[in-house]
Design a protein around this ligand. Structure first.
Ligand code: ZN
Length: 140
């Protein structure tokens, strides 16, 4: 279900910092850390795979641009994230219009301290041959 009328990413106004023909770059508000950027296709799209090749190219042009700038000016590393979670209701934090998060990352940073330090090695499991075959089969 489209929700263009209430979509904050369809009416960014002066929040846009940089743009190209098919995508916008702007700061997340609210944000997790300073330098938390978002990139969206200009067209309201909720499923990432519904972007055209031109839109995907335009989005990743801005994603890679800001990632490079973050590493040059703010942090040693960065994360790029995209969440597709139609099972969650849209609110002021969760927006259905596709967006890619670009976050500055450093050793022991706020994101590590608040979230990731609780992801211990126990979270990871060895990949089995059966699981590998099952997951490969969904690609056929
Ligand atoms: Zn939208």
């Amino acid at each position: 279900m489209k929700n263009i009328d209430n979509c904050p990413f369809c009416s960014l106004g002066n929040r846009v910092i940089k743009e190209n023909k098919f995508a916008n770059l702007f700061l997340s508000n609210p944000r997790k850390v300073p330098g938390h950027f978002l990139v969206t296709p200009k067209r309201h799209i909720e499923k990432p795979w519904e972007m055209t090749v031109q839109e995907a190219q335009a989005v990743f042009e801005l994603v890679l641009f800001v990632q490079k700038r973050l590493v040059k000016h703010i942090s040693k590393g960065s994360d790029v994230l995209q969440h597709y979670r139609p099972f969650m209701k849209q609110d002021h934090i969760k927006v259905n219009h596709i967006h890619y998060h670009i976050l500055p990352r450093d050793f022991n940073d706020k994101i590590y301290q608040v979230v990731e330090k609780y992801e211990t090695e126990d979270f990871f499991e060895e990949l089995t041959a059966t699981e590998s075959d099952e997951m490969a089969a969904i690609l056929l």
